[in-house]
Design a protein around this ligand. Structure first.
Ligand code: FPP
Length: 247
């Protein structure tokens, strides 16, 4: 059996994206306020970031606040903003020392001005790091991202026949990032929830009933191990079938 120290056997996904779901239910089960669940989820995020560095994942995208989350109670919305602020205040130095690059995907302009500045500072400070690149999806929505891309494409006067999947990808918030190889959703829900809807076209999915605060390094390892056993075909046939068809 693998221990925490041993590397993953098999291929490692270059880009892992995570829907960190179940914080609210984790808290409810313990008779705690929902924000306590988000705080526990933030602690867990530290563990998973470390594990990404250890296992050799190069890109990590986390869904921290969706364009729909504004509809949550004001106290929770403010609490999530404060968590983002605290994460930057407390963790930025260490993340930078560890060679982690921080990026933001989504609409920054609706966040309070001081928070926008903190995010921009974190992006600038870590710009040249390349050990692990973390995209923080905050005020992010997949449809909003596509609408934003279409608006920019039109503004740039791109001719219709020049619009290709590659061009669209270059106009998304994730421009320059490879599409996610693996998307993990915790807490058992079988939904995409407006997350990376363009980029997920050929991603492998891993859904676990575990709530996000409990999704620890060993659970993460299990997800990566399962990914390494998947046969990705991208709409084609397996390499074995292909060879057979040519024999
Ligand atoms: C979904 O669980 C989780 C969120 C909407 C927020 C996720 C945020 C964190 C884990 C904190 C890390 C944040 C930053 C900024 C780095 P839910 O509340 O929908 O859970 P439920 O479905 O059980 O109610």
């Amino acid at each position: 059996m693998n221990t925490s120290q041993s590397p993953i056997s098999g291929k490692i996904p270059r880009h892992v994206a995570i829907i960190m779901d179940g914080n609210g239910r984790w808290a409810l089960k313990r008779g705690l306020p929902r924000l306590a669940g988000h705080k526990a989820g933030t602690e867990n995020l530290r563990r998973i970031i470390k594990a990404c560095v250890e296992f050799g994942v190069k890109y990590l995208t986390i869904y921290a606040f969706s364009t729909e989350n504004w509809g949550r109670p004001q106290e929770e919305v403010t609490g999530l903003m404060r968590i983002l602020e605290d994460v930057i205040d407390r963790e930025l130095g260490e993340l930078n020392e560890q060679g982690v690059q921080l990026r933001h995907i989504g609409r920054l302009e609706r966040l309070p001005a001081f928070l926008q500045e903190k995010v921009l500072h974190a992006i600038e400070l870590t710009r040249t790091n390349d050990r692990l690149i973390i995209n923080i999806a905050f005020n992010y929505g997949g449809r909003d991202e596509i609408v934003h891309a279409i608006q920019q494409i039109i503004r740039d006067g791109v001719a219709p026949e020049e619009v290709t999947p590659e061009l669209v990808s270059r106009y998304l918030y994730t421009a320059g990032t490879p599409d996610p190889d693996l998307i993990i959703r915790t807490s058992g829900e079988l939904r995409i929830s407006n997350f990376l809807i363009w980029q997920a076209a050929y991603s492998e999915w891993y859904v676990t009933p575990t709530y996000w605060p409990d999704f620890d390094k060993e659970e993460f390892r299990k997800a990566l191990e399962e990914f390494s056993r998947r046969d990705r075909r991208f709409g084609k046939v397996t390499s074995a079938e292909y060879e057979e068809s040519r024999a």
